[in-house]
Every structure is written in C-alpha cells, then in structure tokens.
Design a protein around this ligand. Structure first.
Ligand SMILES: Nc1ncnc2c1ncn2[C@@H]1O[C@H](COP(=O)(O)OP(=O)(O)OP(=O)(O)O)[C@@H](O)[C@H]1O
Ligand SMILES: [Mg+2]
Length: 226
C-alpha cells in the first residue's frame, strides 16, 4: 500500500534528513516510527503526503508515485491519507459538532449525510457528550479526539499521527492510543511517529527506528530502542 524506494531527502544547506530509505507498509498495519529528534520522522510523513519532494527515490501510495500526482489531484491523496499532528488546528468559534460538520460542508456533503455521519464519528471518538462544547471548553485529549474525528470523515485508508500525544498527560495519551488502535482494527493503516517509549513498548506492533535519516531497525512486535 505504501512503498518508499531508495528515498533521499536533502533540505537546503545540505541537511540530509533521509538517506536511501526503502520500506513497505501493507494494508491494516499499525507501524510506529521512532528515532531521536531530527532523525527524519516528520520528513518521512511529509514525503508520503507530498508536502515535501524527495531529492532522490520514489514514494508510492496504492501503486501510484505520489510525487507524479497532478496538483489538482493532491486533495484526493490527502483525503485518503488523513493526518493528525500535535497542534490540532480546530476552529475556535465552532463546537465539536460544527468542527466536524464544517469539513463535510466544505466537501459538499448534503445536510442529510452530515446529520447522519457526525454523530457516528463523535461516537467512535467518544465525544458524544461534548458535541456542543467549543474547543476552549475541552481538555487537550478531547481536542485531539476532535482532530482525529475530522480526519475520519474522509474514511481514510491511512492515518498519519505525528506525535499526537505530545501535549497530553498519561491518561489522555492512553485514550488517544486506544482510539488509534480501534481505528486500525476497523481497517485503517496507522503510522505513528512518537517519542513515547512506554506506548511503543506496550503496543507490541511493528516499529521502524530511524537514526540520522536511515532505518537502523525494522521489527515486527518491535520495541523502543534508540
Ligand atoms: N523545512 C526544513 N528545512 C531545512 N531542514 C529541515 C526542514 N525540516 C526538517 N529539517 C531538518 O531535517 C532533519 C529531519 O527533521 P525531521 O523534522 O524530519 O525530524 P524528526 O525526526 O521529525 O524530529 P522531531 O522528533 O524533533 O520531531 C533535521 O535535521 C531537521 O533540522
Ligand atoms: Mg518531527
């Protein structure tokens, strides 16, 4: 489903972020990407979303080279690959419900579809009770769940999560990870870039370890070792 083929990314001023990286991620996998700060985790995710271009090599999603996709087709790629980051950009003047409904409106969904889907998605992320609250009235963990809910609207094939629990306490961290596991069980690939050792070790899932832009370890049921 996802394939990196000899990918090198060099930013300006000769920063080698990724060097000759090759790996595949298959359907239904849950993969953690670990590595020290600056190891290239975020760069890897951005290359998959075609937010950055590789200097050499190719990145495939569903057998398509994502860097050959025409600009007008990129929104479609980014609907199939949902992303959530540490700084969830929610609209402050809209409630949880409206934050989710708004994305559907932009997509041109009918009111009927919106009224049917938003409660379902709120249910999945456990925010039914918070539907009418504004972001400022939510905990950090709840805000992150709204961000995940927004990504789920598109029924993505993949969810990329870049340090999604970076601002959360252990309780909310564990809630978010359980939510990602649940989404994975429902059939979505999850790629989780994280510094959280306990989480990675408790998952018992595949771990790709980056070191200075290279894969230094790629293990099924891996552990967090830097
Ligand atoms: N836009 C950019 N321009 C120049 N250099 C960049 C840019 N983005 C990242 N880099 C550099 O590329 C390398 C990899 O950065 P990246 O953000 O991918 O690391 P990371 O593993 O996500 O780190 P962290 O754990 O701190 O988030 C670093 O040396 C970083 O300074
Ligand atoms: Mg990063």
């Amino acid at each position: 489903m996802i394939k990196f083929q000899n990918v090198t990314k060099i930013y300006l001023e000769n920063t080698i972020a990724l060097e000759d990286l090759s790996f595949k991620i298959n359907e239904k996998e849950f993969v953690s990407i670990v590595g020290k700060s600056g190891a290239g985790k975020t760069t890897l995710l951005k290359l998959l979303l075609a937010q950055e271009k590789p200097t050499r090599g190719r990145v495939f999603f569903d057998n398509q080279d994502v860097h050959k996709i025409r600009p007008e087709k990129l929104p479609e790629l980014r609907r199939r690959i949902g992303s959530i980051f540490q700084d969830y950009k929610l609209l402050a003047s809209k409630t949880c419900y409206e934050n989710i409904a708004y994305v559907m409106e932009v997509l041109g969904k009918s009111n009927q579809e919106i009224e049917k889907d938003v409660p379902k998605i709120l249910e999945i992320v456990g925010l039914t009770e918070r539907a009418q609250n504004f972001p400022a009235e939510l905990s950090a963990g709840e805000r992150q769940r709204v961000a995940i809910a927004r990504a789920l609207i598109h029924r993505p094939d993949v969810i990329l999560a870049d340090e999604p629990t970076g601002n959360l306490d252990p309780y909310n961290t564990s809630e978010i990870i359980h939510l990602l596991l649940k989404i994975n069980t429902l059939g979505t690939i999850v790629v989780l870039a994280t510094h959280n050792k306990e989480i990675v070790n408790s998952l018992g899932k595949r771990v790709i370890t980056l070191g200075q832009g290279k894969i230094i370890r790629d293990q099924e049921k891996g552990r967090f070792i830097l």
